[in-house]
Design a protein around this ligand. Structure first.
Ligand SMILES: [Zn+2]
Ligand SMILES: [Zn+2]
Length: 243
């Protein structure tokens, strides 16, 4: 009887169902703890671009991937706490393509659960969509994420969200299914920064980092506008191609 009342109370307090298993989540967000514990975190990765690396005996604190050793990106580091695999892809798909915007607080919580911000930034820059794509989708997921992160992380309460600072000049071709080199050349000149960013510490915010080409093109534009430090904050990182 007591158990039954307890579980009815929990159901009333937390009405969400888990987005992965469908059972009651018993939390403020639509994901139950057991499912969250099964989602792989991106712990062993490149210190610069967060590309997942194979575990070795080497100290993980200083490891760089081959790409960053050869040609380091413009941004100083990437924070990408989760691996973009089956479970995360399902959450992102529901959020972005099925327009389930109540997933935004869940995704911000997942980011916050894994990240300890030591040095806050001055400005969050959501990766802009070209106006046509934004119109088709009805929202920019990176902008939603920026707002939710700011609302839920006290360290970010004074930082500015620059959602009009950068415009995406032309509709770039679909980025999936093409090589990293093609991506980079597609993105050349794609971003225009409207104001100087003198010595600002900036975090570019996006949902998933794949090759990093989009973030790097945006970081180049911000760096040319004078930004002093550029990081990329995203929810999840895809594994290296072929791994
Ligand atoms: Zn679950
Ligand atoms: Zn790297």
């Amino acid at each position: 009887m007591v158990n039954k009342i307890g579980s009815q109370l929990l159901d009333a307090l937390f009405p969400h169902h888990c987005a992965l298993c469908g059972l009651r989540s018993h939390r403020e967000v639509p994901l139950c703890r057991p499912c969250e514990l099964e989602m792989p975190v991106n712990r062993c990765c490149c210190v610069r671009c967060a590309l997942p690396l194979l575990p070795t005996d080497e100290a993980t604190a200083q490891r760089l991937c081959g790409q960053c050793l050869q040609a380091p990106p413009v941004f100083q580091r990437v924070i990408a706490p989760w691996l973009y695999e089956e479970y995360f892809a399902h959450l992102i798909h529901r959020w972005k393509f099925q327009r389930e915007q109540y997933m935004t607080p869940l995704l911000a919580t997942l980011w916050q659960d894994q990240v300890q911000l030591q040095e806050p930034v001055d400005m969050l820059v959501p990766v802009p969509l070209h106006w046509r794509r934004r119109w088709q989708r009805g929202f920019n997921q990176s902008e939603l994420l920026c707002r939710q992160l700011q609302a839920s992380c006290p360290e970010l309460s004074t930082c500015k969200i620059a959602h009009r600072l950068v415009t995406r000049r032309r509709s770039t071709a679909a980025q999936s299914g093409i090589s990293a080199r093609q991506r980079a050349s597609n993105l050349k000149g794609a971003f225009t920064v409207s104001k100087p960013c003198d010595n600002l510490r900036i975090a570019i915010v996006d949902d998933v980092l794949t090759t990093g080409a989009t973030a790097n093109a945006l970081a180049s534009a911000l760096s040319a506008a004078g930004a002093g430090h550029i990081e990329v904050w995203c929810l999840a990182r895809t594994p290296a191609p072929g791994s």
